[in-house]
Design a protein around this ligand. Sequence first.
Ligand code: NAD
Length: 478
Amino acid sequence: MTIAATSIPAVDAVTTLQQQRHAFINDGPPTVERRKANLIKLRTAVLAHRCDVEEAISADFGNRSKHETDIMELLGVVQSIDYLLRRLRRFMKPERRHVAAFHRAGRAYVEYQPKGVIGVMAPWNYPIALTFIPLATALAAGNRVMIKPSELTPRTSALIQRILAGSFTLDEVAVILGGPEIGARFSALPFDHLLFTGSTQVGRMVMRAASDNLVPLTLELGGKSPVVVAPGHAGRSALDSIVFGKLANAGQTCVAPDYALVHEDDLDEFIAKYHEAVARGYPQGPTSPDYTSIVNDRHYMRLQALVEDARTRGAKVIEAGVTPERAAERPRTLAPALIIGADDDARVMREEIFGPLLPVRTYRSLDEAIGYINARPRPLALYYFGNVGADSEALLRCTTSGNVGINNTLMHVAVDDLPFGGVGPSGMGAYHGIEGFRAMSHAKGVFVQGRWNLPRLLRAPFGKLAEFALAFTLRPRP
Ligand code: NAD
């Protein structure tokens, strides 16, 4: 598997994996100082390329504002590196564990050891954040890393390779460029751990490929994340937050609210407030420099087909905000739209939308909303707008989703101390927080025998002492 990239030497993935593993074994696990130095090097490199990143992403998407790239990608990377730097020493500390009476004279602890070589496969929608945050986590845990970015953002992926080649040797961090075929071969490599971020469909293939080598996996997948608006809560602040979550990156966000469940009495207000919130956020309409384009023609056509499918099934499509018709003036620009009354068989209610379309479904009682969510695959995120109290607690207790946002959207991902990951078809395992560090570490249990060795009493030849000890320990108890 050899992939040439402009001005960067070709990287052979199989050889690179061998070299990284060899270097990992030879050098031993890096000290806390070395790991911190790596994180600082990564932060310096990313910040030094801030403008390059903004330009490459905008060119790959057609249009994406530099502010959006700074907020949704670079801020997250820098914040997560700072978080890891502050906590690394504590994360790395061996952890004392409980010892049962029989073993009391001994000592037990868990040591978090780097796994070795971590594979990272990234999607195109946040190409920098979803490459560099897993990379930072893997480096903090003391690993070597091989990265396969997406082929759909070619300028950004080449830039990622350039940035990392300027800061790390290939036996520390290597980038393999290529499309699905390279992805398939990459996912079949015998890594010590593989973190895949992408679609549920490709996630299944990656899991199959990894199973041949029993490679442990973290799968960060997609799906349909609902937003539930409590009766009487379709107000300005809820709608501003829902519009932010839906239209950031033009809805090309794994944790974007996919569809809304709104009380039937509030539908008109929801539509009116959605319209106002879009107009407030994008006063120049969909050709605003702050409004992102759809990444490529295939996704643009897919989204148009979703709208057409809903329309032909009798749903009402309401374009939102100012001058939605001007979307046609800019390539691959899709006006924000609400889809009202789409039936459950409509594609917008079955497939992950990943674009600026928001189907709205009405409900009569919270139980009905919970039933609707539970009848579908477990989502990556779930959002609730309403009072914090019995209803929000019932929703939290009775549904299972990767994460939850209450009275906000997307922000749970930016809280570095929270784990981030899906459940079932929306993912497996998590990173961010201590969960990320641990996912990329091996938790090695160690038991050190003390001077007094009570279990010795239980070795053959069994005598009176063993009998006494067993009679005491296994005495009948309630
Ligand atoms: P994708 O699954 O098409 O691609 C992801 C990666 O897999 C890319 O690097 C791609 O080259 C590679 N790939 C493609 N086909 C492959 C194959 N047959 N075998 C192995 N690798 C292959 O996903 P995408 O379109 O880039 O991203 C969008 C999806 O990612 C959405 O479903 C979204 O919800 C999900 N996503 C999830 C998260 C999360 O953190 N949970 C974040 C962002 C995106």
